[in-house]
Design a binder for this molecule. Structure first.
Ligand code: PMV
Length: 327
């Protein structure tokens, strides 16, 4: 049977960097994110007896052998749950550049799980879906529920799931994404996290702080206090990058352009245009602002030279099935 799904990427306001269980991908701290309406993955999965093995391709993108193997391993897990010995053809399409610090694995595994489980006739509830997506790629669990999402810290498989903290229309926020480099990441997140855990002297202290920041952020959400929210977003991003930079070998994801944009954002704030930055495992800068300031921030950003492209994201609904198939 054939099924298709769309899932958004998400930007973490409280980041996930490190696990307490590698196999189950249980994070060392809970995280909070916003789904991105312009960074989507669409995936069609067809299980059929005529396929002798699983295949995975992306439209207009070359997929590495390692990535194909990861998808195949994931499909095998789902096949085992369904109790079916049948192979699949998987085709995906992204609306954004892959492996550039935009969590393509998040939207990718969320869309894959939803389409594959439907095609296999499995009917999971949202909580179960988030747990299964987490096993594919940690941050993927945050792309299943809608809007603003918390992925809970938990010591067992069942305890670490994601849920919608608030729907997408709760707060009119923007993630204005300044793309400054689309080169593939040199160190994948799974390896980077493990390496940080083993070598960064700041790893443990950041985990403790992340738990505290997450609590504070939830109250900023409740009060819709943008200044407090933004300050926590920046603090958490800086802490994560301190851990990355103090890893051995060092993980420097920033480029001079990244820092130039950060400095501009701080300057804009002094001028009264409130926005805050966050950065994932790549050089691109996510500028978080309120909807009312969107145009002003874009105008200012456009004055900075050599920004490859700008993607303006609103909060989005989570992964969902669609009727239009890619093949
Ligand atoms: O789930 P992964 O392997 O894509 O890791 C995501 C790591 C960060 O994007 C850097 C942080 C986060 O919480 O999204």
């Amino acid at each position: 049977m054939k099924a298709s799904a769309v899932a958004p990427a998400n930007i973490a306001f409280i980041k996930y960097w490190g696990k307490i269980d590698e196999e189950l991908r249980l994070p060392a701290n809970g995280s909070i994110s916003m789904n991105l309406d312009k960074c989507l993955t669409t995936t069609t999965v067809e299980f059929d007896k005529r396929y002798a093995e699983d295949s995975f391709e992306m439209i207009e993108e070359v997929v590495k052998e390692k990535e194909i193997e990861r998808v195949k391993r994931y499909l095998s897990k789902l096949r085992k749950i369904a109790g079916k010995e049948i192979y699949a053809k998987v085709l995906s399409q992204n609306t954004f550049p892959k492996s550039s610090g935009i969590a393509s694995s998040a939207s990718g595994f969320a869309a894959l799980l939803l389409a594959a489980s439907k095609a296999l006739g499995l009917n999971f509830g949202e909580k179960e879906l988030t747990i299964l997506a987490r096993i594919g790629s940690g941050s993927a669990c945050r792309s299943i529920p809608s809007g603003f999402v918390e992925w809970k810290f938990g010591k067992t498989n069942e305890q670490s799931y994601a849920y919608s903290l608030y729907p997408e229309n709760y707060w009119d926020l923007r993630d204005i994404l300044a793309i400054v480099g689309t080169d593939k990441k040199k160190v994948p997140t799974t390896e980077g996290m493990e390496s940080s855990k083993n070598t960064s002297i700041f790893y443990k202290v950041r985990v403790i702080e992340a738990h505290k920041l997450l609590k504070k952020m939830k109250s900023a959400f409740k009060m819709k206090d943008f200044r407090i929210l933004g300050e926590i977003i920046e603090t958490d991003a800086i802490y994560m990058h301190c851990v990355m930079m103090s890893t051995s070998p060092a993980l420097f994801y920033w480029t001079p352009k990244t820092l130039e944009i950060i400095k501009n954002i701080i300057q804009w704030r002094e001028e009264g245009f409130e926005s805050y930055f966050t950065i994932d495992a790549g050089p691109n800068v996510h500028i978080i602002c309120e909807g009312k300031n969107e145009q002003k921030i874009i105008d200012k950003l456009k004055k900075i030279e050599n920004i490859e492209s700008i993607i303006v994201n609103k909060p989005a609904k989570g992964a969902h099935l669609i009727n239009k198939h890619l093949f």
